[in-house]
Unconditional design. Structure first.
Length: 217
């Protein structure tokens, strides 16, 4: 049948193209890692200055000072707190909390950009490598079936070499998947840590606003 012939022709392509596919996937993971690392660096609130401004507000309750200090800073934590303070200026504590939660979710979506690619590669590349091994072995046995006569012994070595090359595909899949799993877990841990800090700081600010004379006003 035509379908069987096409599938056979596809199988006889061997594992070479699968290896190049896995190389491309590994390059994609490295690209995501570099881009995310740069994004985290550029969107990090300055540690010491941020802690000083926040600590001063928690001590004195000076919302104007906190607002002025945050305006001079970049970073996710600063953006979350500014979103809450903007709403709290109208005396809306509940609205300030909702604004912070919404900003955290918005920032989380930006933090997770590209992470799905790494997770997909980590979970699927071992199967891609196994697929390449199967294709390589199919091609090797096909070549062995075509070999006959006195040259069969000489060609058997070439067939065994083909099988060895096919097994490289599985090894390559594991070599790509293991770092991808580590990278995925590392990125998820960083995102969880950033969002956790934003939530805890938001709760501290809201609690101080409520404890200030006149509430948020």
């Amino acid at each position: 049948m035509l379908l069987e012939q096409k599938m056979s022709q596809f199988a006889l392509l061997g594992a070479g193209w699968v290896l190049w596919l896995m190389v491309g996937l590994s390059v994609a993971c490295v690209s995501v890692w570099l881009e995310r690392t740069l994004y985290f660096i550029l969107n990090r609130s300055p540690g010491t200055a941020f802690e000083q401004v926040l600590g001063a507000f928690l001590t004195t309750g000076d919302r104007a000072g906190l607002d002025a200090g945050l305006k001079e800073m970049k970073g996710i934590e600063a953006r979350v707190l500014r979103a809450g303070l903007a709403v709290a200026s109208g005396g809306q504590i509940a609205g300030a909390e909702a604004a912070m939660v919404g900003t955290i979710q918005f920032e989380r979506a930006k933090l997770e950009r590209g992470v799905l690619v790494v997770g997909t590669v980590a979970s699927s590349v071992p199967f891609v490598g196994l697929f390449g091994t199967v294709l390589g072995i199919i091609k090797a046995f096909h070549d062995l079936a075509l070999t006959s006569g006195p040259a069969a012994g000489d060609n058997a070595g070439a067939v065994m070499s083909g099988i060895s090359e096919a097994l490289v595909s599985t090894a390559m899949g594991l070599a790509v998947a293991i770092p991808a799993v580590v990278l995925y877990n590392m990125l998820q841990s960083q995102i969880k840590g950033i969002c956790g800090r934003c939530e805890s700081m938001g709760q501290l600010v809201l609690a101080r606003l409520q404890a200030s004379p006149g509430g948020a006003g």
